[in-house]
Design a protein around this ligand. Structure first.
Ligand code: XUL
Length: 530
């Protein structure tokens, strides 16, 4: 029997999952034996976050303390060791997923501090003085717009930047954020000896040394050559001087970054397990949703909503092409107004989630012409700077219409903007918090015109991390498992719960999607009417 531990360092919480694999590659027993989440706002109030972030001084600045993530890791390791009833010695490998794009700035003291950690003291006080920047910009930070323009100009335009790095310059990506840091705090930049992504920072804390970065997460920086999975000299030069010396090495996703450090072994009696290079939450979800072949999309309904799919070749037209942790590519479209916007509508009308579902059930496909552009916050796709929802053909007082309008608006935006990556779409896998809601999935099936499956588990990024640990451990031991065998038993859809598209509704949305795209185009660059 072997155990594999996966983490997900998300925007609002740190989760852990342990899977058990009993027997060989064939008829083995596979199950999840532990799952737990720590919520940053609730469990770490001393960091003063709201939904996992703190606002910076400038507009669109969204930050979080790396020490909060470290604190959560320490507490989770303690829970795993004492409250989970696990045979700790059976943990063979550990990996993780993290919110993408966030960058952590360390000074020259960090490496020494990690090496010298005393096991009888908590982690965070021992990291004092190791950060060259106290707060990290996270993926919700849209404040590096100017830097994006400068980088794209240096690289020959937006399209050339996308061809080289997989994405146009994006304000939330680490490259533009690094350029901004250098411009606004040159002393801080000079004092920075290492810039990690959240994923490689967390892996570094586990091994007590600088961890490598995987191509899946590195491709979310506007710094990696998407064809070769190496740092692009041109992109580095367009971003900040001397950057190459500050970045971790990029290694294949299945690389063993190191061994769990003595700190964790001595502090909580963990074994010297292998720590596999962490990845981003979306690349990890590709595995955790079982999307290891073409023709399927995953729609993840989380803090951000994302639509993604695996392809052997990059799919032009995707807003982001990332390297996939299975090899090949992951094409992704990200929407910032996800669960927080659904939740805002729900709260506005004093509904619980059952009430939200009932409202959807009471209203017809197409909502009698009532349409919402759900841009409560500045939006990533399409790029919208002026926040504020826009309502058409209704005023928002009626809760039923408002609920349907937010869900339909989100689904139409997702279907329209992912059309280029959907290809010959056979099915969708829905994940994330809101995927438990049947009426939401019915709107999804009708708008996309494809059957929607749901996974048994909720946290596909965390599951993906545990499965990546299994894959890398088998590979390192000369017993490689093909990806369909890695995910088998964990990501099989529940056929009996499949949600089928309804022909009449699909017809309604065929026209409405065209109108919705027109609304987007007209209002994207205009502030909302008060
Ligand atoms: C993807 C993105 C978000 C974060 C959320 O490009 O910005 O999905 O990864 O954690």
């Amino acid at each position: 029997m072997a155990l594999y531990l996966g983490f997900d360092a998300g925007t609002q919480s740190l989760s852990a999952m342990v899977i058990e694999i009993d027997g060989g590659a064939g008829a083995d027993r596979r199950r999840t034996v532990f799952e737990h989440s720590l919520n940053f706002d609730r469990d770490f109030p001393e960091y003063g976050t709201t939904a996992g972030i703190v606002r910076g001084d400038g507009p669109h600045e969204m930050l979080a303390s790396p020490l909060m993530w470290a604190d959560a890791l320490d507490r989770m390791m303690s829970i795993l060791a004492s409250d989970a009833g696990l045979d700790l010695g059976a943990i063979r490998a550990i990996s993780g997923a993290a919110q993408q794009h966030g960058s952590v700035y360390l000074n020259r003291r960090a490496r020494e501090a990690w090496r010298a950690l005393a096991h009888d003291r908590p982690l965070v006080p021992q990291l004092a003085g190791t950060l060259a920047r106290g707060l990290s910009p996270v993926w919700m930070d849209e404040s590096a717009g100017e830097q994006c323009a400068a980088i794209e100009t240096a690289l020959g335009g937006a399209e050339a930047t996308a061809r080289l790095t997989g994405s146009r310059a994006s304000a939330r990506f680490a490259g533009p954020q690094i350029r901004k840091f250098r411009q606004t705090n040159p002393g801080g930049y000079d004092a920075t000896t290492r810039i990690h992504l959240v994923s490689s920072f967390m892996a570094s804390l586990l091994i007590g040394a600088d961890a490598t970065l995987d191509p899946g997460d590195a491709s979310g920086m506007n710094l990696m050559d998407i064809q070769s999975s190496r740092w692009s000299e041109a992109a580095l030069e367009a971003t900040a001087p001397g950057l190459i010396l500050k970045l971790p090495e990029i290694r294949p996703s299945w690389t063993i970054a190191g061994t769990l450090s003595r700190y964790w072994q001595d502090r909580y009696a963990f074994p010297p397990a292998q720590v596999v290079t962490w990845s981003g939450d979306n690349p990890s979800s590709l595995i955790g949703t079982g999307l290891v072949t073409e023709g399927h999309l995953a729609v993840s309904l989380g803090t951000s909503d994302t639509v993604f799919g695996y392809t052997r070749e990059p799919r032009p037209g995707a807003s982001h092409v990332f390297a996939s942790p299975l090899g090949g590519y992951m094409n992704l479209v990200c929407f910032r107004n996800g669960s927080l916007t659904r939740d805002w509508v729900r709260r506005t009308h004093h509904l619980d989630w059952n009430g939200f579902s009932a409202a959807l059930e009471r209203t017809p496909a197409g909502n009698g012409g009532a349409v919402m552009l759900p841009w409560l916050e500045a939006e990533i796709t399409p790029p919208v700077r002026f926040s504020g929802v826009r309502r058409f053909a209704y005023d928002g007082h009626d809760g039923d219409h408002d609920v349907r309008a937010v869900v339909e608006g989100q689904m139409m935006a997702m279907a329209n903007h992912s059309a280029a990556i959907a290809g010959d779409l056979r099915s969708i896998v829905a994940t994330g918090g809101a995927s438990v809601n049947d009426p939401v999935l019915q709107v999804m099936a009708d708008v996309f015109g494809a059957p929607v499956d749901r996974l048994t588990g909720e946290n596909s990024a965390c599951l993906g991390a545990a499965l990546r640990a299994l894959h890398a451990d088998r590979l390192a031991n000369g017993e490689p498992l093909a990806w369909p065998s890695v995910v088998k038993g964990f990501t099989d859809p529940r056929q009996e719960e499949r949600v089928l598209p309804r022909a009449e509704a699909v017809e309604v949305y065929r026209d409405l999607r065209v109108r919705y795209a027109e609304f987007e185009r007209l209002h994207q660059h205009r502030p909302p009417v008060a």
